[in-house]
Design a protein around this ligand. Structure first.
Ligand code: NAD
Length: 503
């Protein structure tokens, strides 16, 4: 059994079974049957059931938020915002699955003009979802809702720190399904820690959607390799916020404070580094300091954010801060003494060398490093120098400069003049590059992530050049070569570029 604990009070909340190989395999076998039933419901059958789940989550939001508050320590209002964001994704996935995935005709091209070509996206079957604790609703729902909408069954293993939240999600889906009559176990829960996750990765599911650290992603991939199970990896980040000389400094400081400190900094797309144009460095720092100095962690209603959910993360934060200070960094807010388990008060560090752990590694706490830069190009090059590439943010008064910087950032997502804006746009794909992982949840790419593309050609008349037969003649091949030479063999001259380079 595993015990869950309120990270703020230390109170034991509940116990859950640690499922082993046998229980995991049984869940996957049940999911296989359920997957055919679910796929057989068709687009509209799945859509109405997912929309019913969505409204269930909104109607009982208070209960779910309370569980999240107890298991993670996050403020109740933050928990509600998280549920609302998850609901936006369920709604989008349910309403757009048909449009994105339905069969469509594609052009066959001259060489295959006798063929009618069709492309469609079929469900994979059973998807195993392994979730983290920091956003125990938003993050797994980003995989679950899209996998379900695409016609798959799901076996879900929430983090061992947040199984009650996971259980509530699964039960609520079952209740929403029940309204429509008899239902099969389309979304199932398994509980436990790393060994349970590993059993799921080895179980022969058709895909693993993993969210967690890059170190664990490597283990999941190794386990999944047994069956050549594909893996979607949503891992950590070290997101940077770039501030241009012409930026709205109040808005940038506000965004940096929220992006770094909310959820006690335990956000995969949380801001951990800021690069600010020299000319406005001091004004920005002053505004930022003012905003974060007043933030107080706690478990009460007025607290800005909660405790560190994972006790060992407090030591990681302390180590990064100590390393930064030992290498010549200065704390303009907080410092060593801001770390007092289970809470960490806001910490803002300056003059920190770029090769220190506070700049290179994921801190996952309410800390920020701030560094002056000559211009946006230098900010981009510092931001891109790390191993991670999840999210990023750019603040600038010049739209074109901001968009250019956004495009140059080696991250999966960038928000301009806001933070984490991309996470609440369901049509946009979410995911990273480098150590931040690969594959995408959300949007059309997120739906296709849980499908296998199926290509079909149907011969509707005799081919112009019948060369795919032993009965072909020399003449057939000669005619094909002649036509292809005419079409593709001319000296290629690029057309003169248009004057505007804007896409
Ligand atoms: P973690 O890697 O410790 O655990 C994640 C999940 O993997 C848990 O459910 C855990 O039980 C399971 N697990 C552990 N060992 C396993 C194994 N050998 N095989 C299979 N499963 C195993 O991560 P965490 O501490 O729960 O979450 C924090 C991390 O997640 C941070 O790095 C954060 O940035 C990242 N994260 C990323 C995103 C994203 O979308 N990119 C979202 C949220 C969190």
């Amino acid at each position: 059994m595993l015990e869950t604990v309120n990270p703020a009070t230390g109170e034991v909340l509940a116990t859950f079974p640690v499922h082993g190989r046998r229980e995991v395999d049984a869940a996957v076998a049940a999911a296989r049957e359920a997957a055919s039933w679910w796929a057989g419901l068709g687009w509209s059958g799945r859509r109405i059931r997912l929309l019913a789940w969505k409204s269930h989550l909104i109607r009982y939001m208070g209960r779910l938020a309370q569980l999240m508050h107890e298991e993670t320590g996050k403020p109740l209002d933050d928990a509600k915002l998280e549920i609302i964001t998850a609901v936006l994704h369920i709604d989008w996935a349910a309403r757009h699955a048909r449009r994105v995935l339905r069969p469509r005709r594609v052009r066959s091209g001259l060489a295959a003009i006798n063929q009618a070509s069709t492309l469609e996206y079929l469900p994979l079957g059973v998807v195993g979802v392994i979730g983290p604790w920091n956003y125990p609703v938003f993050t797994p729902v980003g995989s679950i809702a899209y996998a379900l909408a695409a016609g798959n069954a799901v076996v879900f293993k929430p983090s061992e720190l947040t199984p009650a939240t996971g259980q509530w999600l699964v039960r609520s889906f079952g209740e929403a399904l029940g309204v429509f009559g008899s239902a099969q176990p389309v979304l199932q829960l398994i509980t436990g820690g790393g060994s349970t996750g590993e059993a799921l990765a080895r179980s022969g599911v058709n895909k693993i959607a993993f969210t967690g650290s890059a170190a664990t992603a490597r283990k999941v991939m190794a386990a999944a390799a047994d069956n050549l199970t594909p893996v979607l990896a949503e891992c950590g980040g070290k997101d940077a916020l770039l501030v241009g000389a012409d930026a709205d400094l109040d808005a940038a400081a506000d965004a940096a404070a929220w992006g770094a400190m909310s959820n006690a900094g335990q956000t995969c797309v949380g801001i951990e580094r800021v690069y600010v144009a020299d000319a406005v460095y001091h004004s920005f720092l002053e505004r930022l300091t003012l905003r974060v100095s007043d933030l107080r962690p706690g478990f009460d209603f007025a607290a800005a954010y909660g405790p560190m959910t994972l006790p060992s993360q407090t030591e990681v934060v302390a180590k990064h801060v100590a390393d930064a200070l030992a290498r010549g960094g200065r704390a303009v807010v907080g410092g060593h003494d801001a770390v007092s388990a289970p809470y960490v008060r806001p910490i803002v560090l300056v003059d920190v060398p770029e090769n220190s752990s506070a700049v290179q590694d994921e801190t996952f706490g309410p800390t920020l490093t701030v560094k002056p830069v000559v211009n946006m190009a230098e900010a981009v090059s510092y931001a891109n120098a790390g191993r991670y590439g999840l999210g990023s943010a750019v603040f600038s008064g010049d739209r074109r400069a901001a968009m250019n910087a956004a495009r140059s950032l080696r991250t999966g997502m960038t928000s301009v003049n806001s933070v984490i804006g991309f996470a609440v746009v369901p049509a946009l794909p979410f995911g990273g590059v480098g150590e931040s992982g690969f594959g995408r949840i959300h949007g059309a790419d997120g739906l296709r992530e849980f499908c296998r593309p199926k290509a079909i050609t149907r011969q509707r008349m005799r081919p112009l050049f019948n060369v795919l037969t032993f009965g072909r003649s020399d003449k057939d091949v000669r005619r094909l070569v002649m036509v292809m030479t005419l079409l593709h063999g001319r000296l290629y001259r690029p057309r003169r570029a248009k004057s505007s380079s804007r896409p």
